[in-house]
Structures are given as C-alpha cells and as structure tokens.
Design a protein around this ligand. Structure first.
Ligand code: GDP
Ligand code: GDP
Length: 441
C-alpha cells in the first residue's frame, strides 16, 4: 500500500504549488488523454525513491460551520485521519497567523505524524523568521520553496520517516519478465453500484476457490482465490468490509482507500450502476485508474433493472464521461442474477494479458515504419520528425519508446494515430499504453 501524505494549511501558503511539485511528472502523461476529468486534490507522488499518494486538502478552516466550508473541513479531517503523515504548510514570508495556530491546535489533537513546512523560503533557508514557527508546538520547521523546488526531498523523507513503505513498485511499469504471480484485482465504484453483491456472487461460484482470509494489514482485505487455474488476489476497495463469509458494503466512500487499492492492483474493475449511469465520481475513479496506468475493465451492473430509455441515457453518459477509457472493455452484467460473469472474467484476464504484452523490437520497428509510410508526421517549419525505430520500455502498462529526430515536434494527434496502430496490432484492449519519444544521436 502506498503511504498517504496530506497537505494541510491555510489558503495561499503554497499547498497547490507543493502538490504540483510532488505530483507534477504525471501531468505530462495524462495531458495526452482528451476529456479526462481530474480532481486535482489527489495525486500520485514519487520522490527520493518513494511512491506515495498526496492529498491537497484545499483551504482548511477548522472552525467553519457553514456550507461548503464545513464540507471542506470535514473532508480535511477525513484526509488527515486516513493519512500516514501530514505536511502542515505555513508561509515563511507572511509569518504566523491566528489561523495557523488554529490548525496547529487541531493537528496536535489529531494524533498524527506532522511535519511543519515553512514555504516560500527561497533565499531564506536559514532565516531567523523560522524560529517563530516553533511556537506552533509542531516541532522544527523545515524550510522549503515549492515554487523553486528547494528542500522538497528532505521534507518528503522526513514525512515518511518511520512510515511502513511498500516494496519497490514491483512489476508496475517495471522490467519485462516476472514470474507468474496472482493477478491483483481491485473492484472499484460508487457505493451501491453492486460491488459486494458481485464479489459474493464470485465467491459463491463453484469454479472459484477462495482461500482462508489472511491477517488484515492496515485495514486492508486481500482475498486470494483461483479461477480456472488462474490465481487472483482480491484487493479491498473503499466501502467494502468482510463480515464472516460475505462482503458487505459500508456507507463511507473513501477516495484514499480507492486510490491505494488502484495503486496496489494489476487490474481494476470499475463497477457502474446502470440505473444511475456514469456519475462524476465514476469518471474521477476512472481518471485515477488511467493516471496510475492500470489495466481496467468496466462492468455495467444492474443490467436487469433498466429499460430502453435508461439504456440510452447510460450510453450517453459513457460517451460523455468516459471518453478517455475507450481502450477498456465495457461489459453488461447483473450481479444479482449472476449474468455476464463468464465474459467478465475473460475481459479481466484479457486486460491483464494486454498489460503484460511483450512487444519485440523488430515487430515494433516494422509497425512504426509501416505507420510512417502510411501517414508521415507533420512537417514543422523546415523539419519533419523522423521516427527510426521503437522498443518496449516496460510493462503494466506497456511502454513503447520511439527513437528518432525532431521527436519533440510530433503532435498529440500523430501520437494517438501511432497508439491506435500499436493497439490494433498487439490487441491491447483493457490496458493504457504509454508512448515516449527519445531523440537519437
Ligand atoms: P494554496 O492556496 O495554499 O494552495 O497556495 P498556492 O499554491 O495557490 O500558492 C499561493 C501563492 O503563493 C501563489 O501566488 C504561488 O505562486 C505562491 N507560492 C507558492 N509557493 C511559493 C514559494 O515557494 N515561493 C514563493 N515566493 N511563492 C510561492
Ligand atoms: P456496493 O455498495 O457497491 O457494495 O453495492 P451492493 O452490492 O451493496 O448493492 C447495492 C444494492 O444494489 C443492493 O440492494 C443490491 O441488491 C443491488 N444490486 C446489486 N447488484 C444488482 C443487480 O445486478 N441488479 C439489481 N437489480 N440490483 C442489484
């Protein structure tokens, strides 16, 4: 499980800037997918060899009782409760404020690991003003500059000190190869979509052998099982809890849990309620899945319960809210009637196979050359990008590295054209595909 760092602080101290600094590298990848809605409050971070999840809690007002502010305070509390470490951001240039004191008071009572970050410290790393912040009773302030990227690494190292860290990101986008491990499957979706009903239908299937529940770690449920000789491990997602032999839904939807499960999974099954259509929340979850590079299958559940009108509405909501998941298989199922479960399994194992696809260099290179012959990249000024050869740079998700000249001039449209040719050739349904260009010398 990736550890979670929550950024807390009053408005304007630089939380979003810090958030972008911690998660920034992902933006470039995601920008390639048109239509992707992203909640910028949550993101994947990677720094100093650690992978973690960052939450930007927005402006935190501990005493707010009204409407949206109350909701923000509630969300902040939830984020703090679910975080492994809190980074409390203050503004070194502006100095201490009453609000900082309020937040400090709240954080001292929250019983969490808190690290104090004095931001906007460029050119003032040893400034005497730092001493003022001891008053908050949070400990020694760490001087950072989010805007200039100073002190960020030590801040993260300090925040994660003593936090149990996961093994190195094992096979995710890792080297090619890897032994036959169980497929880690996360079932995600809004409360009431039918996740627990589906899982119980699976576990009640004869062809599926569930093993004894191992000890739960950090509130997570991992259930190993086998189906048709394939080993799986079911990862607990937000809103599910095991009670005796069955899973039951719990009310609360936790974005943090969902993100952790997605990060931890090989394949994510997104369960959508057909009677409701694709909601904003579904679209957000889908965005996280894509951002994390996970293989994904969409199950439209409660297919038994919708009429023609609802079907049309559903189709429209899929087109409107999930345009960036075009590569994912979408299946209609009924968990209560146990309909469509066979094809669903095929799609899940298929998505995993696609995520682990092996693409030999000669095949990729030939494919690239054919694609270029069919349609050349656009000329920019007097130069035209020249794409020479391609090799596979990773799996889960597959990464294709294309070498050539003037590759920074390749347009997004052309990149998508190449993506569709590669997808078609290697049957990559269910997995994101990443393409990187490298200038050859
Ligand atoms: P938030 O409201 O806490 O999320 O704060 P923002 O990230 O939106 O930043 C508020 C303002 O502070 C913006 O104008 C930023 O450009 C500025 N800012 C953020 N980090 C730094 C920094 O490290 N140094 C300086 N000088 N300004 C910063
Ligand atoms: P969860 O919160 O995602 O785990 O959702 P549950 O599995 O608890 O299901 C929520 C509600 O939807 C329950 O009342 C289920 O009986 C119902 N439900 C689940 N699957 C189906 C289905 O395929 N068809 C219909 N009609 N109802 C379903």
């Amino acid at each position: 499980m990736k550890p979670v760092i929550a950024l807390v602080g009053r408005p304007n101290v630089g939380k979003s800037t810090l958030f972008n600094r911690l998660t920034g590298s992902r933006d470039a990848i995601v920008a390639d997918y048109p239509g992707l809605t992203r909640d910028r409050h949550y993101g994947d971070g990677k720094l100093a060899g650690h992978a973690f999840i960052v939450i930007d809690t927005g402006g935190f007002e501990p005493d707010c009782t009204e409407g949206i502010f109350k909701e923000m305070a509630r969300q902040t509390r939830q984020a703090v409760a679910e975080a492994d470490a809190v980074v409390f951001v203050v503004d070194l240039r502006a100095g201490l404020s009453a609000q900082d004191h309020d937040i400090a008071k709240y954080l001292r009572s929250a019983n969490k690991r808190v690290v104090l970050a004095a931001n906007k410290a460029e050119g003032m790393i040893n400034a005497p003003q730092l001493a003022e912040f001891y008053e908050l009773g949070i400990g020694q302030p760490v001087a950072i500059s989010s805007a200039h990227g100073q002190g960020i690494r030590s801040l993260v190292e300090l925040a994660l000190e003593g936090v149990e860290l996961p093994d190195d990101d094992d096979e995710a986008s890792g080297p090619i190869g890897g032994a036959a491990r169980p497929i880690r499957l996360a079932v995600a979706g809004r409360p009431n979509a039918g996740k627990s009903t589906l899982i119980n239908a699976w576990l009640g299937e004869e062809r599926l052998v569930a093993f004894d529940l191992p000890g739960t770690t950090r509130d997570t449920i991992h259930v190993p099982f086998e189906r048709n000789g394939q080993h799986f491990e079911l990862i607990d997602t937000a809103g599910l809890r095991r009670k005796g032999k069955v899973f039951e839904a719990i009310e609360k939807f936790s974005v943090v849990k969902t993100l952790q499960a997605i990060a931890d999974a090989n394949v994510v099954l997104l369960v959508v309620d057909a009677t409701e259509g694709v909601s904003d929340q579904d679209a957000h979850i889908a965005g996280y899945i894509l951002e994390a590079g996970r293989a994904v299958v969409v199950a439209i559940n409660k297919w038994d319960a919708i009429d023609r009108y609802q079907r049309e509405r559903l189709d429209r909501s899929i087109e409107l809210r999930l345009p960036f998941l075009k590569f994912a298989p979408i299946l209609q199922i009924s968990a209560t009637r146990r309909q469509g479960l066979g094809p669903l399994w095929q799609a899940i194992t298929g998505a995993w196979a696609a995520a682990m696809a092996k693409m030999p260099t000669p095949v990729l290179t030939r494919l690239l050359q054919e694609a270029v012959q069919f349609q050349q990249p656009k000329r920019v000024g007097s130069t035209r990008p020249k794409l020479r050869y391609a090799h596979q740079g990773g799996q889960n998700p597959p990464l294709v590295v294309i070498h050539g000249n003037a590759v920074d001039q390749v347009t997004d449209v052309y990149k998508r054209y190449l993506e569709s040719r590669i997808r078609a050739h290697f049957s990559l349904a269910g997995t994101p595909l990443r393409i990187e260009f490298r200038a050859s010398h």
